[in-house]
Design a protein around this ligand. Structure first.
Ligand code: XIL
Length: 324
């Protein structure tokens, strides 16, 4: 049985995405989260469609609960995510928006949200998932179609967040960042363009939704390349699938729980090689297997996280700990 916890051993933030409803109703889940993690990401309560009920009308209740929970438990809060094509509320999408009106509303939203939590939320995913696989512009029907230069709009969103809270760290967040060279190139180009044009960016969030079948060499090479940006690097949504073939007669310990532990250890050890100036933290996307988004997103018999359904530490927990 391990004695030291992840947050005690790590010299950077060890976070998890949590749901406010579970913190309220599942004491074991809340206890495991408090005992092992020192940073909180809202799995969905701080997304646009959760906060923004109509123009100038917000539902702050769940986000406030999470910020207060974090403060009560000496945790930092990572805000996720201000601008994400998948989280625009229907009422906003249905407005016939020219780009000027669209941007004006988004600017107000960013200012209202970041301003409310000024000094409380220490970092934000300002923009999430704007590139397609291989790095082209994502084919979504909300943001990009309105702008002939979407990257400039994204840069202005970073500026709006900075204006609302100059002390919060501002991240661009995406998935497949270290295994998709084309996407990583686009991200690096956007970051360097932001710097050239004076838009504020502090870091890159690499989600790290991988599996026991993801090659570690590929992850390492991509991570080294990403680190060459000299930006803060946040492994922002780490989970490691083990039911990689989506088989229906699969259980946690019949599968490669040991291999999962090896992958977690390798990823954490790789993160440790970052220069101190680039270390921000590692967040898992969830606390325990039973509440993982992958049970619906991937397969009901998926066990991607550090704790099992009974909040026991898995081999993966030990692997993560060994990597620190
Ligand atoms: C997911 C949540 O886990 C789900 O509960 C929700 O239904 C959809 O969003 N990339 C992200 C996260 O940046 O916000 C997504 O979270 C997972 C993929």
């Amino acid at each position: 049985e391990t004695t030291i916890s992840l947050k005690e051993k790590a010299e950077f933030n060890v976070g998890a995405a949590v749901k406010s409803s579970l913190l309220k109703t599942d004491a074991q889940y809340a206890d495991a989260f408090k005992a092992n993690f020192n940073q909180l990401t809202a799995e969905f309560e701080m997304k646009m469609d959760q906060l923004w009920l109509s123009e100038n009308n917000y539902n702050w209740e769940a986000a406030d609960y999470l910020v207060n929970f974090a403060e009560d438990n000496n945790m930092e809060v990572h805000g996720h995510a201000l601008v994400w094509y998948r989280a625009f509320p229907d009422w906003f999408k249905n407005q016939s928006n020219d780009s000027i009106a669209f941007e004006s509303k988004v600017k107000t939203y960013i200012s209202d949200v970041v301003g409310r939590y000024k000094g409380k939320i220490k970092s934000w995913d300002v923009v999430n998932e704007v590139f397609a696989d291989n790095g082209g512009a994502r084919n979504e029907d909300i943001i990009a179609p309105l702008f002939n230069d979407p990257t400039a709009f994204y840069g202005r969103c970073f500026q709006y967040a900075k204006d609302a809270d100059p002390d919060t760290k501002l991240f661009y967040n995406d998935y497949s960042v270290v295994i998709d060279e084309g996407k990583r190139e686009s991200i690096k180009n956007m970051a360097s363009r932001f710097k050239t044009e004076g838009f504020p960016i502090d870091g890159i969030g690499a989600q790290f939704h991988y599996g026991t079948d993801t090659g570690l060499t590929k992850i390492n090479d991509g991570f080294t390349d990403l680190a060459s940006t000299d930006l803060l690097i946040h492994i922002s949504e780490l989970d490691i699938k083990i039911n990689v073939n989506k088989s229906n007669d699969f259980s946690l310990y019949s599968g490669n729980a040991q291999q999962q532990s090896v992958i977690y250890e390798a990823i954490v050890a790789m993160y440790e090689t970052l220069p101190e100036s680039q270390k921000f933290g590692i967040s898992t996307w969830g606390v325990s297997d039973n509440y993982s988004w992958l049970k619906t997103e991937w397969h009901p018999k998926e066990f991607p996280l550090l704790f099992d359904a009974d909040l026991n530490k898995k081999l993966a927990y030990q692997g993560f700990l060994n990597g620190l």
